[in-house]
Design a protein around this ligand. Structure first.
Ligand SMILES: Nc1ncnc2c1ncn2[C@@H]1O[C@H](COP(=O)(O)OP(=O)(O)OP(=O)(O)O)[C@@H](O)[C@H]1O
Ligand SMILES: [Mg+2]
Length: 326
């Protein structure tokens, strides 16, 4: 069964002082997410990810199209009781402790008062915050806050969990903790739909991903299926710092370090490059196929402009969405 069906969703925002400037955030977007899947929703800044999530949550209305969650319409209260949501930049009252915050959200989402304490403890345990349950949120690190946000999204044991940029601003350990949490949710039979810029996390976690750009779907499928469509590359390493002219004219980038030179080039140029090395009597060390990553697919789909807006495996965003090298 489809946990989520998005059917021709369109969104035009009317912006500007007189609301005369219109911004098309989603051009008919159609996709479906299976029950029990971890589904990654990827795209550069401004692609329409948060807009899609807000429409699914009923926080903004679509200009056209519709969507169903668990087979129910977006305004159906029975459906709302079965979903959880972590917004992109959640704001929590920071004088509350984690336990008080969860009790507050539990009451809002209609958790049975008799079960509230038990559910709060279970959620804190699941996100590994039991030891900080009575600490005020203003003393929490960014990673702990994000986990508190996820605890609030799963407290009422929803079937489908929506997370908008759950790894944003986290260090590698924090990202791993959130990844583990998402995997636990799947193991407990939940469907998880999350947006991210961090492609390596999506690659490690997702059963399927969708890539959107400027409100349009640009690719959808399992990561190996998507990456198979990208032309492969090979890495050639040889001894010495000399680079044959035949290789230079291919426009490939070489990197010499110590007594070896390393070259990465498209598979179809491999024979020509090896021939050039042989002619110059350079000693070949290795020829290894380079695994095509989701980032390669992303760049192939969206072009290099978009690449600067997503985060590769060595880059993360800090709390202010600035990119920084790890
Ligand atoms: N309330 C609004 N009024 C006007 N335009 C908006 C509004 N919200 C979003 N937009 C525009 O709609 C487009 C999609 O925005 P959205 O926030 O959905 O993108 P996103 O994929 O979540 O981006 P990011 O990765 O930066 O979070 C952007 O061009 C944005 O400027
Ligand atoms: Mg967003």
């Amino acid at each position: 069964m489809n946990a989520i069906e998005i059917l021709g969703l369109e969104k035009i925002y009317n912006a500007g002082f007189w609301r005369k400037r219109s911004k098309r955030a989603l051009r008919p977007l159609t996709l479906a997410v299976d029950d029990g899947e971890i589904f990654g929703f990827l795209g550069p800044n401004g692609a329409g990810k948060t807009t899609t999530l807000k429409i699914l949550m009923g926080l903004v209305f679509p200009t056209a199209g519709t969507a169903r969650i668990l087979g129910m319409e977006l305004d159906d209260p029975r459906m709302k009781a079965q979903i959880g949501f972590l917004p992109e930049q959640p704001y929590f009252y920071d004088h509350l402790t984690a336990r008080e915050l969860l009790k507050y959200y539990g009451q809002l989402s209609g958790v049975d008062p008799k079960q509230l304490s038990r559910k709060v403890d279970a959620a804190l345990e699941q996100v590994k915050l039991s030891n900080s349950a009575n600490l005020q949120l203003r003393k929490f690190s960014k990673g702990m806050l994000q986990r508190a946000g996820i605890a609030q999204a799963i407290l009422h044991d929803p079937k489908v969990v929506f997370l908008d940029e759950p790894m944003s601003g986290l260090d590698p350990m924090g990202r791993r903790e959130v990844r583990n949490l998402i995997e636990d949710l799947k193991a407990n039979g939940k469907t998880v739909f999350f947006s991210t810029h961090i492609l390596s996390d999506a690659e490690a976690l997702c059963d399927r991903v969708a890539i959107i750009n400027q409100g349009e779907l640009r690719g959808i499928g399992a990561v190996p299926e998507l990456t198979a469509s990208v032309h492969g590359k090979v890495e050639i390493v040889w001894q010495g710092a000399a680079v044959p002219t035949g290789i230079r004219s291919m426009g490939a980038q070489c990197h010499s370090a110590g007594d070896t030179t390393r070259l990465i080039l498209p598979e179809e140029n491999q024979d020509t490059a090896l021939e050039a090395l042989r002619r110059e009597r350079l000693r070949l060390i290795s020829v290894v196929p380079v695994r095509t990553s989701l980032e390669d697919y992303f760049v192939a789909q969206l072009g290099t402009a978009a690449k600067s807006e997503v985060v590769s495996s060595e880059l993360v965003t800090d709390g202010h969405n600035r990119l920084s090298k790890q």
